[in-house]
Design a protein around this ligand. Structure first.
Ligand code: UDX
Length: 407
């Protein structure tokens, strides 16, 4: 629908930051087998139609907003022919696919609906798409024809022996939200441990390493810090809770409310920690925030813990300068009240404290000795447990991190 995006993509330029994506776009456009258009009429004649639109959180409630999915489905009615397949990629509340299957079945007899969630991570989107861990096909019972068509679509991935789960619509929809809920739970688990570490003087990083050696637990997604943000995890666990409530199964997911709470508490704790290191008051203190994106290698600032903390610090009277290798422009648009800088040095000029809130490689590799020359006070808060504590303390910095003793 968005002319600007379609124009940009047609010129092989992504409208977002994603490593390796522009190259892939360029080579795919060069084959002549990829086109972008704002007109639904261009979809006529295609056999497989993917719905990939967003399902954001509704304003003022937890449920997912399905307007875009509905609109896409309705506009497909104009071009869909018997035998065509509609494939849903969007993350939707369980039951959505069955509803669409009924609608398409009535209006275009002989068409089919499949639900085929994707699990790509921002920053690794290209690799995750071309080399997924698994394929999930949610199809109507016995619809072998659709399974065959999806196998053709994913021929290379299937040929590689990638695990494939063929199931019903409801299970396929739930796989996505269950996976994201598990990941969110894992992060909040380690962040809850970080709270305890703060109370006991234990070290959450070593704790994560030690429990992570157990194969059953695994070290991945056990990085304690500011917690999860972005366009998926937060809204997906909320939509999952809302849907469970509608289905009368809300008890099953009450733990996700706690997962959400733990996650949000980390942001508050970070602001407190900043106040603590600034001698008990944020008023007029110059604070550098390194990182605006919700995670490194992305310019996505949706529900970004880093920007959330930056905004809170400013509201409490600090003079905040934010920098990010990719997300400054987006930050300016969403939080115009914050001050932005192009480089960490510029952001940290005469700073009373430096907060590293997104673990970009550039920030992990900062030389604490050189960097120490630009600040007024060598105080660093490592919001992602990503810095080399010994190197920073050796360079005269006071080092604080969530879930670890002061260094
Ligand atoms: C997530 C899922 O991983 C992906 O499978 C799904 O398709 C979309 O949602 P994404 O939002 O790109 O992907 O980011 P992810 O890498 O999962 O990180 C989510 C958030 O958790 C980030 O804010 C990250 O900083 C945080 N995180 C991640 C932690 O705080 N600790 C960790 O150990 C890992």
């Amino acid at each position: 629908m968005d002319e600007r995006k379609v124009r940009s993509l047609s010129q092989a330029k992504a409208t977002f930051y994603e490593p390796g994506f522009d190259e892939l776009l360029r080579s795919s456009l060069a084959t002549g087998r990829l086109r972008f258009s704002t007109s639904m009429a261009d979809a006529a004649g295609s056999e497989v139609h993917f719905i990939c639109v967003g399902t954001p959180q509704k304003h003022g409630e937890y449920a997912a907003d399905l307007r875009f999915v509905q609109a896409a489905a309705e506009s497909l009615l104009r071009v869909l022919e018997p035998g065509d397949v509609v494939v849903g990629k969007s993350t939707v509340p369980v039951g959505t696919a069955a509803g669409l299957a009924t609608m398409f079945g009535e209006k275009v007899p002989g068409s089919s609906v499949a639900w085929n969630p994707e699990f790509l991570r921002e920053g690794f989107a290209v690799r995750d798409t071309l080399y997924p861990d698994r394929l999930v096909y949610g199809v109507s019972e016995g619809d072998e024809r659709v399974v065959g068509i999806l196998d053709e679509v994913y021929a290379r991935i299937v040929a590689r022996g990638t695990p494939k789960v063929v199931t019903d619509h409801a299970t396929a929809e739930m796989v996505k939200t269950a996976a994201n809920s598990f990941l969110a739970t894992k992060i909040s688990f380690i962040n809850a441990m970080a709270e305890l570490c703060e109370a006991t003087g234990a070290d959450v990083k070593q704790l994560a390493d030690a429990i992570g050696y157990d194969d059953r637990i695994g070290r991945k997604f056990l990085n304690a810090g500011l917690g999860f943000g972005g366009g998926c995890l937060p809204k997906d666990i909320r939509a999952f809770m809302a849907r469970a409530g509608e289905l009368g199964a809300d008890q099953a997911l009450t733990f996700l409310r706690e997962v959400d709470n733990i996650n949000m508490r980390r942001r508050i704790r970070m602001v407190e920690l900043a106040r603590e290191v600034c001698d008990g008051s944020l008023l007029g203190k110059r604070i550098a925030v390194l990182g605006a994106a919700f995670k490194p290698d992305s310019d996505d600032i949706r529900d970004s813990p880093a920007l959330n903390v930056a905004a809170q610090l400013q509201l409490q009277g600090a003079v905040v300068r934010v920098t990010d290798p990719a997300a400054v422009e987006n930050g300016r648009r969403l939080f115009p009240q914050l001050d932005y800088a192009d480089t960490p040095e510029e952001a940290a000029d005469r700073a009373d404290a430096v907060l590293v809130l997104t673990e970009w490689k550039q920030y992990r590799q900062l030389d604490p000795v050189d960097f120490g020359r630009v600040v007024a006070q060598r105080r660093v808060l490592d919001g992602r447990n990503a810095l080399d504590r010994d190197a920073w303390t050796a360079a005269g910095w006071s080092y604080r991190a969530l879930g670890r003793r002061a260094g």
